[in-house]
Design a protein around this ligand. Structure first.
Ligand code: AMP
Length: 190
């Protein structure tokens, strides 16, 4: 099997979280989701959670400095030695650069950027469904959904331009059943 230092990338609603859970089980590596970390802090009303909420509520990115510090701390644990699955990070070019700096310090590098792609219309449909099922505040309001799509296009998508020249991007069609999409992802690791 090829290297297990993986970034799961894609717009909101592409199915990153769902696929991450399956890929974590396949690769047997920790699943590190910045969205989940922020939701944990918000639920427990920590200082970090209170700050994050002012951004996530609007569909904006939590500032890079805060997000990078949180990820740096998580990546300092030994459980990532055999690999890791980053879900929702990096979401900006400065975050991608900071990740390289963090990893380079211990001679670690990214092996795959799994880019799950879906169309804008499909994003809207899926987020509306998720709001109904999971009750996520940031999925409920069409204005917030549009903000998250814009944020993805303006700030996150440029990360692909950072990784593509390095030959790290694996493009995956996100349309289809959960298992169909996962079968496409599995091929990367065969
Ligand atoms: P997610 O569950 O990945 O969709 O993340 C939910 C929200 O958490 C996002 O809309 C952002 O407000 C925030 N968030 C998650 N990951 C990041 C990140 N890498 N950088 C900045 N904000 C993030």
């Amino acid at each position: 099997m090829s290297g297990k230092n993986v970034i799961l990338f894609g717009p909101p609603g592409a199915g990153k979280g769902t696929q991450a859970a399956k890929l974590r089980d396949l690769l047997n590596v920790p699943h590190i989701s910045t969205g989940e970390m922020f939701r944990y802090h918000m639920k427990n009303n920590t200082e970090l959670g209170q700050t994050a909420k002012t951004y996530t509520d609007k569909g904006q990115l939590v500032p890079d400095a805060i997000t990078i510090a949180m990820v740096k701390d998580r990546l300092s644990r030994d459980d990532i030695n055999a690999g890791f699955l980053l879900d929702g990070f990096p979401r900006s070019v400065p975050q991608a650069e900071a990740l390289d700096t963090i990893l380079n310090a211990t001679n670690v590098s990214i092996n795959h950027v799994v880019n799950i792609s879906i169309q804008d219309d499909e994003i809207r449909t899926r987020l509306a469904k998720r709001a109904a099922i999971e009750g996520r505040a940031d999925d409920a309001d069409p204005k917030v959904i549009q903000n998250r799509i814009n944020t993805y296009k303006n700030q996150s998508e440029p990360c692909l331009g950072y990784y593509r020249p390095q030959g790290l991007v694996r493009d995956i069609d996100g349309i289809g059943s959960i298992d169909q999409v996962f079968d496409r992802i599995k091929k990367i690791f065969n």
